[in-house]
Write a protein that binds this ligand. Structure first.
Ligand SMILES: Nc1ncnc2c1ncn2[C@@H]1O[C@H](COP(=O)(O)OP(=O)(O)O)[C@@H](O)[C@H]1O
Ligand SMILES: [Mg+2]
Length: 395
């Protein structure tokens, strides 16, 4: 088996070209966004502080790559012309970067060569250390905070508020903040003081359409695959699927990679449309499982209840759900909610499309809900396993 595997040529030339870490040579179909970004940041080249910028858009619309692209071009230009400009990029989704206010500020400070102890200093001290590190730069500093919603969630408003005001502590440097997020409602959740400074300028990244996704995939596939191994239906099919979801380039790239893996595993010499179909199924399963993992424990308990009832009593009523739920709830280490709240949770799950809950009339027995799970069997098996693991973990 190992021999045959090694002797067979891989369909991939450089699989990494389909991953998130890959930095492509060029950015496609983001001219408007790049121009707008550059326009906001241009004053930095003359030593003037650019407005803070708030960038948002759905996941996979090129926010991270687009921002990094423009910032790094600007930085190299500045280096060439010996202009004092420095760009710092942090991803707040990473635990070790932005778990706490302390961590984030010390991470930022570390970009200026200042190492702070991992814990222990009072907050005032780390801000002081950070601002003096900034000041010794004698430079314009652009701080890019990607996935900035994590900062708000974990550290509250105070950190951003302090960061926005840090210029008042500086004599020789100036700082602008670029915040990036997928969370379209973030601005509504922050303090009005933070909101107005963070969003001095705003930039929206729109979803890609199928043609644009095709172009992005085409460019990437020429690096990722051996020549001639992709059937011409493959890329348009991946692009159409990702465009229907929400124009997400990451999803399109994942799908193409998975189609390649499916084909390779089955020993096919080329990737064709049937491999894309199989990859879609796998990706849908992964997405559904991921979704379930991220649900609050009470919703998990409700879903667990419904799945268990489907197996044993396919004709269950809303009353049955509540009875069973009361037995399941302790397994998730939770206190039971009222029947009314459980009914709300069922409706919430229904609104996400994982199940349907339709009210039907039962004649003289009144009205009841019929509940159907809207995922295929393979997905259901995986979801069940995920929920069962959770029950075990609660003990
Ligand atoms: N315009 C583009 N040209 C080339 N690759 C792109 C483009 N937009 C997105 N990508 C790729 O799609 C993936 C997701 O993009 P990313 O910038 O991380 O999205 P976001 O930050 O908006 O979630 C990355 O692998 C990125 O390289
Ligand atoms: Mg991103």
């Amino acid at each position: 088996m190992f021999e045959t595997y090694l002797r067979r040529d891989s369909l991939f030339a450089e699989k990494g070209a389909l991953s998130d870490e890959f930095r492509p040579q060029a950015l496609l179909h983001r001219e408007r966004e790049q121009k707008m970004l550059a326009n906001v940041l241009l004053p930095a080249l003359r030593g003037d502080k650019p407005s803070n910028l708030f960038i948002y858009g759905k996941t996979g619309t090129g926010k991270t790559i687009g921002t990094r692209f423009v910032c790094s071009e600007m930085e190299s230009f500045a280096r060439e012309k010996r202009l004092p400009l420095k760009v710092v990029y942090v991803n707040a989704q990473l635990k070790k970067v932005a778990d706490t206010e302390y961590r984030l500020i010390s991470t930022l400070a570390s970009h200026f060569g200042v190492t702070l102890p991992a814990t222990g200093l009072p907050t005032g001290k780390i801000y002081k250390a950070f601002s003096s590190a900034l000041d010794t730069q004698k430079s314009l500093v652009l701080i890019v905070i990607d996935e900035i919603d994590n900062v708000v969630r974990k550290c509250g408003n105070e950190l951003l508020y302090n960061l926005m005001r840090i210029n008042s502590e500086l004599k020789s440097s100036r700082v602008s903040i670029i915040g990036i997020t997928n969370d379209l409602n973030l601005l509504k959740q922050v303090d009005s003081r933070v909101r107005s400074s963070l969003s001095e300028e705003e930039l929206v990244f729109a979803p890609y359409d199928a043609t644009q996704l095709s172009d992005i995939l085409e460019a990437r596939s020429s690096v990722a695959f051996q020549p001639g191994v992709i059937d011409q239906s493959v890329i348009p099919k991946c692009a159409a699927y990702a465009a229907r979801e929400h124009g997400d380039a990451r999803r399109a790239l994942n799908l193409l990679r998975m189609a390649g893996e499916v084909a390779e595993r089955s020993g096919a010499p080329r990737i064709d449309a049937t491999h894309v179909d199989m990859a879609v199924e796998k990706l849908d399963t992964e997405t559904a499982v991921e979704f379930v993992k991220n649900q609050p424990l009470q919703s998990k308990a409700v879903l667990y209840t419904i799945i268990a009832l489907k197996e044993t009593h396919p004709d269950f009523t809303t009353g049955d759900i509540y009875t069973k739920y009361k037995a399941v709830c302790p397994l998730f280490g939770q206190k039971c909610l009222t029947q009314r709240r459980v009914s709300d949770l069922i409706n919430e799950l229904a609104s996400t499309g994982i199940l349907s809950a339709d009210v039907v009339s039962k004649g003289r027995y009144g009205r009841s809900k019929t509940i159907d799970l809207l995922v295929n069997n393979q997905t259901l098996v995986k979801i069940s396993a995920t929920l069962r693991a959770e029950v075990v973990a609660a003990y």
